[in-house]
Each structure stands twice: as C-alpha cells, then as structure tokens.
Design a protein around this ligand. Structure first.
Ligand SMILES: CCCC/C=C/CC(=O)SCCNC(=O)CCNC(=O)[C@H](O)C(C)(C)COP(=O)(O)OP(=O)(O)OC[C@H]1O[C@@H](n2cnc3c(N)ncnc32)[C@H](O)[C@@H]1OP(=O)(O)O
Length: 303
C-alpha cells in the first residue's frame, strides 16, 4: 500500500474471485448503444454493466441483478473484478455507481445466501462482502453513487463507501441501515462507516431503530449529499464527479486515505474474527428463523 502521487492504495489480492465466474461473461467488450470509438465501448459482466468514457476518464457502473440487485455472491464477485479492472486502468479517475433495475438501487445482502446455507458458504459470502467494502472504501478513484432507487442495509453501505451520494427525490427510495428490523446486528465496520458519515448520536439512534430515511430526511441527517428530481440524478452525479475531479488526484487520494485508513485497518486486522462472528451469529437457529420469517414476509408482500 505505498502512497505516492497517483499510486493506488486499495488492498489487492485479498480475495481471488476469478474461480467464481464460471459461465459469466466478464471481460466481454461490446460497443455501447449509439457509440463508436474506443471511449464508447462498454464492458462488464452478467450483473455489472460498465460504460466507460475514456475521454472524461469516468465510467458508469450499473448494477443489474434483477429484480432488486440483492448482493449475491456472484454480484459481489463481479463488482470486485470490475472495480479492480478500472482501478488498474490509468485512463480512469472516477466511477458513477448506479442501478440498472427500476426503483431499487440495491436491496442489500442477498438473504438467500445466508438462509439455510452451511457455515462454509456463509463464510465465503461474508468474505466477499468484506472484500467489496474494503475495495470501495479505499478506492483511489472518485466514486459517486447515483442512487436511483431504494437503498436499504448493504445497499446503503455500498453508497456510503462512495465519496459522494446523489439520491432521487422519491419517497419510496429510502436509505439506511435497517438490520435491527431483521433481528440482526450491523457489524462494527458497517457501524463505523455510518458514524463516519452521519456522526455518533445520529448513528446510535438510526442503527437501533433500523431507520430507513426518505430523501429529505436522508439529506438532513447527512446520509446523502444531494436530493434531486429522478430525471436529474445522472446529470447531477456527473456534475459532482467534475467537482471532485477538479482536485489533483494525488492530493485527493492521500487525503481520502488519511480519512479512511484507520476504519479500514480495523477490519483488516480482524477479518477472520469478523467472519467467524458473522457465521456463528447467522447460523444460530433463532437468527435463521428471523431471517426466514423476514424473507417470507417480503415474498408475501408482493401482489
Ligand atoms: C449479522 C450481520 C448482518 C450484516 C448486515 C446485513 C445487511 C443487509 O443487507 S441485510 C438485507 C436487508 N435488506 C432489506 O431489508 C431489503 C429487503 N427488500 C425490500 O425492502 C424490498 O424488496 C425493496 C424495497 C428493496 C424493493 O421492493 P419491491 O417492492 O420493488 O420488490 P419486492 O417485491 O419486495 O422484492 C422482489 C423480490 O426480491 C426478493 N428480495 C427483496 N430483497 C431481498 C434480499 N435482500 N435478499 C433476497 N431476496 C430479496 C423478494 O423476496 C421478492 O422475491 P420473490 O419475487 O421471490 O417474491
């Protein structure tokens, strides 16, 4: 993790996700709709669409794991790989992260990955979640979240790992860490990310109550930086990106590292213990029952 002008400080090789991608189309490059030159070619995978613009050095990364962009093991893996690809390509200085699924930015953890699964699977899944958070939180690129849908729990953590958040002004698009409402507890690094963003007292309240904030409240508490009409989310995210890219990379990167390193190091120091805690917690019968009941409620809510 050497730190110097233009040097990337994101931890690398923490996970070897390639083996998980059997049958996916990661790395395929195709012309973007209406595009022509190299700068308009898009790439990505089955669940992550990347639209790079080499001229501006900005890539738009779209989550597309319908119906709700739940963070399945495959989606986590493909996100990590797409991020790594952009981090390693000196053409790119920023990523706008958004959803390709209508009305939902990201529904958080894919509960089917931790319901009725064996401890080894839960451990593999949790390591992939840690990996994504570490990579996003410490990314040397500017990450702007263009939040065009509901953003609970793990979805909120992904947004909070970005440098800036623009939320569409729709009362249905609520954002926050609602873990307690599922009968589960946010681990310390989710809590730390929350505290770093909205402060201790607001986090204390919001975490215990499992609050999901509608846009105006999310803006007021500092969970998002801008709330704009839905059709302006993308353009506002681009304007924000321009503001962040106006700062010399090395100064911005070193400052970001200074602000975030201690929080990330805390997880890096106790990654295995955190995984064991997660596994032993979610594998308890009582927790499995709550998760199952929550999933059932979600399924019945439909229609
Ligand atoms: C112990 C350590 C804990 C660590 C941290 C955990 C963080 C987490 O992320 S826990 C996950 C928390 N997530 C949620 O509470 C979100 C639940 N989902 C929703 O509230 C809604 O689905 C939505 C607001 C995101 C979208 O609403 P919409 O009406 O558009 O869609 P639905 O009809 O509700 O859902 C469609 C479909 O998707 C299934 N589904 C929804 N969320 C999840 C999920 N997180 N994991 C797996 N599956 C999910 C839902 O059951 C529906 O499935 P069916 O089509 O089969 O009925």
């Amino acid at each position: 993790m050497a730190l110097a002008s233009g040097v990337r400080f994101a931890p690398r090789a923490l996970l070897r996700p390639w083996a998980l991608l059997r049958g996916t189309t990661l790395g395929r490059t195709e012309p973007a709709a209406g595009g022509g030159g190299d700068g308009a070619r898009r790439f990505g995978s089955q669940r992550v669409l990347v639209e790079p613009d080499a001229a501006s050095g900005v890539a738009v990364m779209k989550l597309r794991n319908p119906p709700v962009n739940a963070l399945s093991l495959e989606l986590l893996t493909e996100l990590v790989i797409s991020l790594e690809k952009l981090e390693n390509d000196k053409t790119f200085r920023g990523i706008i992260l958004t959803s390709d699924c209508p009305r939902v930015f990201c529904a958080g953890l894919d509960l089917t990955e931790i319901c009725g699964r064996n401890p080894a699977h839960c451990a593999e899944y949790w390591k992939a979640m840690q990996e994504l958070w570490l990579r996003m939180y410490l990314s040397s690129l500017v990450l702007v979240a263009a939040i065009n849908g509901a953003c609970p729990a793990g979805g909120c953590i992904i947004a909070l790992s970005c440098d800036c958040r623009v939320l569409a002004d729709n009362p249905k698009y609520r954002i926050g860490l609602n873990e307690t409402l599922l009968g589960i507890i946010a681990p310390f690094w989710l809590k730390d990310t929350y505290v770093n963003t909205i402060g201790h007292r607001a986090s204390e309240q919001a975490l215990q109550l499992g609050s999901l904030f509608p846009p105006a409240e999310a803006l007021q508490v500092g969970l998002v930086d801008q709330v704009v009409p839905e059709d302006q989310v993308q353009s506002t995210a681009l304007s924000e990106m321009a503001r962040w890219l106006a700062v010399p990379d090395h100064a911005r990167q070193l400052t970001k590292n200074m602000m975030r390193k201690a929080t990330a190091d805390r997880l890096l120091r106790q990654r295995d213990a955190d995984t064991q805690n997660f596994v032993s917690f979610v594998c308890r019968d009582s927790i499995q029952k709550s998760l199952q009941a929550y999933l059932e409620k979600l399924r019945q809510r439909k229609g």
